[in-house]
Design a protein around this ligand. Structure first.
Ligand code: LFR
Length: 490
């Protein structure tokens, strides 16, 4: 058939991108048309998203895509769990909180006591991240905003609502709320009710690949579009979109979707809801085409980006990312490893509580050599990520009882050659790195299919990615006993 050209909006916690994507018989191609910085805004002790600013950047990006060629569809993906509340007039009730806002501290334990951790997991299959929507809503009980709320919209759905006027909750992202019943495929209204969360605010669910709706007339006009360009529901959770574009050839792969977070796990046909999976705190998020993303959140390159931010705040001159990583690669291997998932690393770095000092404190606490220089700290972060990847890839394979032959690394972190090599070494498996813009590619692929491209299933989508993108292969080296390194942390 003819080519399909779409706009893929891919929002990350540290930057947002709008890409043009084109699918034709010969391949898939994406081009970045607009990129803007993003970050939570601190007001008092709270962290918010500047969602109106994001909306404006999204419009700018889509306009760029429209200006440079035909436009057949628009899709939006972003990080998960965060939401806006609408009042009964359809107006946004305040700025959406960032999931790194500390108001959820202690809520997971409280909710577990109220509904039972085992029952919650049996229903939702979701890991106990402190910031899951369920805990954000539990923290919001009794607030004026929640009492006035008529509708809850996850961020991509909120942005889609502003483009189309249409209200709904795309399923892959809905699954991350921990208020989605993995067994019935409906909202877990009974659990919400028992927690005093107003379940009536949870909007109708929609599948990835379905239509959100045509653009509102004033939006189409503002974008310089005449046609009825539809907004298409993609895997609106960025990780769901990224997994679509993993260029895997066989089913025996693990993936690491490596950005602000590292999402480490497997694609499965069914959730794993065993007691062992619950105790290992593995999650069963919903993927595109009814798949399960059986994975674990690893704190990811956030720890490095926040350290960098702290160093540049304090005017370290020589801290430039590339050279820092190169020097870290030459630094003493595995001198210091820490538990990179320690909850103390979750909160943004601040002058009063800088990220590098938290890392040093964790090392001291664990009896590891304390890293002081930016190079030593960077090396510690990279080694600690690699050993966490080893642990979680192996745990996933054991819990799901499937063999893993290769680890695909996609997303921004796939460009970090030292981390990729150490990941191969630590896992004892080949690593295939790339593509970098996996989430945007997955977004384009799901839109493409919805708009008529001949992509019957995930295998066809992945074959198209393989035809269009080079991946880089890293073979495992066996000079270090990573089981010993692992035992220092886990
Ligand atoms: C990655 C991601 C993770 C989710 C975290 C918070 O960008 O979407 O999958 O756990 O952000 O929303």
């Amino acid at each position: 058939g003819t080519a399909v050209r779409v706009a893929a909006v891919d929002l990350g916690a540290t930057s947002g991108r709008v890409m043009s994507g084109r699918i034709s018989a010969s391949g898939i191609e994406i081009n970045q048309m607009h990129r803007f910085p993003n970050g939570a805004v601190r007001v008092g002790s709270s962290y918010f998203w500047d969602v109106l600013g994001i909306h404006r950047e999204v419009l700018t990006g889509i306009r760029e895509v429209a200006r440079s060629g035909p436009l057949h569809g628009i899709g939006i993906d972003s990080w998960a769990v965060d939401y806006g509340l609408l009042d009964r007039d359809g107006q946004l009730l305040g700025n959406p909180f960032s999931h790194r806002d500390p108001r959820t501290d202690g809520l997971a334990a409280k909710v577990a006591a109220e509904v039972g951790a085992a029952e919650l997991y049996a229903c939702t299959g979701i890991q106990q991240l402190p910031f899951n929507t369920i805990y954000q809503l539990a923290a919001a009980r009794g607030t004026a905003a929640l009492e006035a709320a008529e509708t809850l919209l996850l961020l991509p759905d909120l942005l889609g609502y502003w483009l189309t006027g249409s209200i709904g909750a795309e399923r892959t992202n809905a699954s991350t709320t921990q208020l989605y019943d993995a067994r019935s495929g409906e909202w877990a209204t009974e659990i919400a009710r028992r927690l005093g969360i107003p379940w009536g605010i949870l909007p109708p669910l929609r599948d990835p690949g379905s239509m959100v709706g045509p653009l509102l007339p004033h939006v189409a006009q503002e974008l310089g579009l005449t046609a009825d360009v539809p907004v298409v529901a993609v895997g609106s959770h960025d990780t769901a979109s990224a997994v679509v574009a993993v260029p895997a050839e066989t089913g025996r792969f693990a993936y690491i979707s490596s950005g602000t977070w590292s999402l480490v796990g497997l694609e499965l046909d069914q959730p794993v809801l065993t007691e062992a999976a619950r105790l290992a705190d593995f999650t069963n998020e919903l993927g595109v085409d009814g798949t399960t993303r059986f994975l674990k959140n690893v704190m990811g390159l956030w720890v490095l980006s926040e350290s960098l931010r702290s160093w540049s705040d304090r005017r370290f001159r020589d801290v430039e990312l590339r050279s820092l990583i190169t020097q870290a690669g030459e630094f003493d291997p595995q001198r210091t490893v820490i538990d990179i998932n320690d909850p103390r690393l979750l909160v943004p770095s601040s002058a009063a509580d800088p990220m590098p000092e938290r890392i040093a404190a964790l090392a001291a606490e664990a009896g590891e050599p304390v890293p002081h220089s930016p190079v030593a700290i960077t090396r510690c972060i990279i080694d600690s990520l690699a050993v966490a990847y080893r642990r979680q890839v192996r745990t996933a394979a054991e819990l799901a009882d499937v063999p893993v032959e290769v680890v695909h690394v996609v997303g921004g972190g796939s460009q970090n050659e030292i981390l990729c090599q150490l990941t191969a070494d630590a896992c004892g498996l080949p690593v295939l790195a790339g593509p970098v813009e996996a989430a945007a590619l997955g977004n384009v692929l799901v839109q493409g299919r919805a708009l008529g491209a001949d992509l019957p299933d995930l295998a066809a989508m992945r074959a198209l990615v393989r035809r269009s993108y080079e991946v880089r292969r890293y073979e495992p080296r066996d000079s270090v006993d990573w089981a010993v390194v692992e035992s220092r942390v886990f």
